[in-house]
Design a protein around this ligand. Structure first.
Ligand SMILES: [Zn+2]
Ligand SMILES: [Zn+2]
Length: 438
């Protein structure tokens, strides 16, 4: 592909001519050639601005539709938009690269390093340079992701603001931030009844193109309610836990977690481990964790579980043995495996709650012994995502050191090795948090 690009911008207020080349420098002959072509197309009053500088590229990019430079081949940018108006006073802003690298998701086994134009920001928007981007368990839920592929995933990011659009008052260039990909409208009936994550707007909003990219454009509504300044104590890497921890904080809040309650966490991946830590911080009684991988059971112990259980055991029976003969008050399901759902229902005590933090894939039905649940006043519930309030909570939990997220990071990769990271997370064996640093 084109390693280097050079650019001619030739304009006379209204006409612009661009040529992109593979070489860094343009010979005099080529310069004249372009000049005559430009005169041919634009007339004699043509001004010539010849430049190979990044700032000119950037300026041209601002003038043109962003896809002008997309997937260029030699001279493919010829004669674009001849009617396009050049700005009266073209401001050459800080030079920026034209293209950025992204990790494009096709499937769990096929994540490719590709290039795309750096998004251009509009009114009220900001451009963030992504510094840390966590791979979430939901990123490798293939049934959930593959229907939209190819796309750039990544929703656990922290970074630095590099460009601020007009009308943005709250933030400045250079601010260290966490950006929430989904934000609620705050006015619909669901938002007003504290179900922001059931808000239609929340499901539709996102930043552009996704967290596994060098830069993201943050739309106005996300700038308004989804950008959080990172306190100095919180590193960029730690900040990638804000989103997953917010989801956990929401789950335990909705499940009415209280001091002294016994808890069974099924599945000891990142969300399971965060549940264990937060339940402990909230004063839980006994905490039991399950998983099918020994590595994760050891992690569960390390992050606060009092006891662990391999899923090959009879979980409902063993849970009773570990909890003074009775089932537990709260069961949190952090795996999509159907057996876990079944064991969960058999492991909850009367008056208790089973929280489906993760669910089996579509089409898989969970048989529910409704009569039994009714008699014992057992609550089955779900929790999806996180709202701004949960993010605030998560930020404070990390900032205060109540939740140790740093030691959950087991791998870090550059953007080009995102596929390795996906493989690790999909295998779910000898890894916990995998972070991509674009
Ligand atoms: Zn996530
Ligand atoms: Zn809403």
């Amino acid at each position: 592909m084109l390693a280097r690009r050079s650019l001619f911008v030739i304009h006379n207020q209204t006409w612009i001519f661009l040529a992109m080349r593979t070489k860094k420098h343009t010979t005099k002959f080529e310069g004249y050639l372009f000049y005559f072509i430009a005169i041919f197309y634009c007339g004699y009053k043509t001004d010539i601005l010849t430049s190979q500088s990044a700032s000119s590229v950037y300026q041209a990019n601002r003038i043109y539709a962003k896809n002008v430079f997309h997937r260029t081949s030699v001279l493919s940018a010829r004669f674009y938009a001849p009617s396009c108006k050049a700005p009266k006073n073209p401001l050459i802003q800080k030079p920026l690269k034209l293209l950025m690298r992204v990790a494009m998701y096709y499937s769990n086994d096929d994540v490719r390093l590709e290039e795309m134009p750096i998004p251009r920001i509009g009114l009220g928007e900001i451009l963030v340079k992504v510094i840390s981007s966590g791979i979430c368990g939901s990123d490798v839920m293939e049934w959930y992701r593959i229907r939209k592929a190819p796309l750039v995933l990544g929703h656990e990011i922290t970074g630095e603001i590099v460009e601020v659009g007009k009308d943005v008052k709250k933030y400045n260039k250079g601010d260290r931030v966490f950006v929430s990909h989904h934000v609620p409208c705050n006015t619909c009936r669901y938002c007003l009844s504290d179900h922001q994550t059931a808000c239609e707007t929340l499901h539709k909003t996102n930043y552009d193109p996704g967290g596994f990219a060098e830069f993201i454009r943050v739309p106005q509504i996300n700038v308004d309610r989804g950008v959080f300044l990172l306190p100095e104590e919180v590193s960029f890497d730690e900040g990638t836990f804000i989103e997953p921890l917010a989801c956990v904080a929401r789950g335990l809040r909705l499940a009415n977690m209280k001091p002294g309650l016994s808890v069974l966490v099924m599945g000891s991946g990142i969300s399971g481990l965060l549940h264990i830590q937060l339940a402990k911080a909230l004063g839980a009684g006994k905490i039991i964790a399950t998983d099918m991988i020994d590595y994760r059971l050891r992690a569960a112990k390390k992050f606060g579980a009092d006891a662990t259980l391999h899923t090959k055991e009879n979980v409902p029976v063993e849970v009773r043995k570990m909890n003074e003969g009775r089932p537990v008050d709260r069961v949190i399901i952090c795996t999509g495996a159907l057996p876990a759902a079944l064991q969960a229902i058999q492991s909850v005590d009367r008056g208790g709650t089973v929280l489906f933090f993760a669910v089996p894939e579509p089409g898989v039905e969970v048989p529910v012994p409704m009569n039994e649940l009714w008699r014992n006043e057992i609550t089955l519930m779900t929790s999806y995502g996180a709202g701004p309030k949960d993010i605030q909570t998560a930020l404070e939990l990390i900032c205060s050191g109540k939740i140790n997220v740093k030691d959950m990071i087991t791998h870090k990769f550059g953007l080009k090795d995102t596929s390795k990271g996906f493989k690790l997370v999909a295998d779910a064996k000898e890894s916990l948090k995998v972070i991509i640093e674009p």
